[in-house]
Design a protein around this ligand. Structure first.
Ligand SMILES: C[S@@+](CC[C@H](N)C(=O)[O-])C[C@H]1O[C@@H](n2cnc3c(N)ncnc32)[C@H](O)[C@@H]1O
Ligand SMILES: Nc1nc2[nH]cc(C(=O)O)c2c(=O)[nH]1
Ligand code: SF4
Ligand SMILES: [Mg+2]
Length: 215
């Protein structure tokens, strides 16, 4: 049963909780298991991992983005038909995601996260956890039993074995993706294609939003 916005405000416990929000946008999930699904993205500010190939480096500072309340974020998302929210960043788990996810789930959204898993604390109530480990900062192993999807960016051939090593550490139900680093597709795509054909438990994820030229 979907609540109306005014009803939701009355049930939100921490609707006034605030976050630094670089951007929020209604689009098509371009990566991983839910690729192709309409989704409302909330990109939180702040990340200290420092991937040199990061495609959203402007998200890294935590104090240069507008501050938005849960109330506002939920009201903005409710304006669109989809009921799948993807919390991303930056590194979203830098923040206490309990209030945000509680509000969206109360309003009938599936809550998905895109995370590098590096944070000490692991907050929020999630319908889907996409874990994308990085060589630049060691993830917190506490997340590993809860991962629904492992998505490893392949920048160099050595990342293939590194990805398999991570697959051996997470729960056996997780979906396994290799994603070519965007600028290295010419060399990495053939490698990943051959790997997946040989190891069909894996899938390739190619950032379809960039081909569709949508956010
Ligand atoms: C921008 S990050 C934000 C969430 C979180 N910090 C993380 O890394 O998972 C979202 C996703 O984009 C991927 N990504 C970032 N830059 C990329 C690039 N240049 N090529 C391919 N994937 C990239 C990350 O690996 C991650 O799966
Ligand atoms: N369309 C679209 N899909 C995405 N999947 C993961 C993204 C991210 O930056 O977290 C992303 C993004 O930035 N845009
Ligand atoms: S962890 Fe994510 S947001 Fe942070 S630098 Fe790496 S890809 Fe970018
Ligand atoms: Mg992106």
């Amino acid at each position: 049963m979907e609540l109306k916005t005014k009803d939701i405000k009355s049930v939100l416990k921490r609707g006034d909780f605030e976050y630094p929000v670089m951007e929020s946008f209604y689009t098509i999930q371009g990566e991983g298991k839910y690729q192709g699904h309409a989704a409302y993205f909330i990109r939180l500010g702040g990340c200290d991992v420092g991937c040199h190939w990061c495609d959203v480096k402007e998200s890294w500072p935590v104090d240069t983005h507008p501050i938005k309340s849960v109330d506002t974020l939920l009201s903005e998302a409710l304006a669109f038909p989809g009921r799948l929210v993807v919390i991303t960043g930056g590194e979203p788990l830098m923040h206490d995601l309990g209030p945000l996810t509680e509000a969206f789930q109360t309003a009938g959204f599936r809550t998905h996260i895109e995370t590098s898993g590096v944070c000490e604390t692991f907050t929020g109530s999630w319908d889907w956890i996409c874990f994308s480990p990085k060589k630049f900062k060691e993830p917190n192993p506490a997340i590993l039993p809860f991962v629904h999807e492992l998505k490893v960016v392949i920048f160099h051939p050595s990342d293939v074995a590194w990805a398999q090593d991570w697959a051996s550490k997470i729960n056996s139900n997780a979906h396994l993706y290799m994603q070519p680093e965007w600028s290295k597709q010419a060399s990495m795509n053939p490698l990943i294609v051959e790997f997946v054909k040989t190891n069909p438990i894996w899938q390739i994820s190619v950032q379809t939003h960039k081909f569709l030229q949508i956010p």
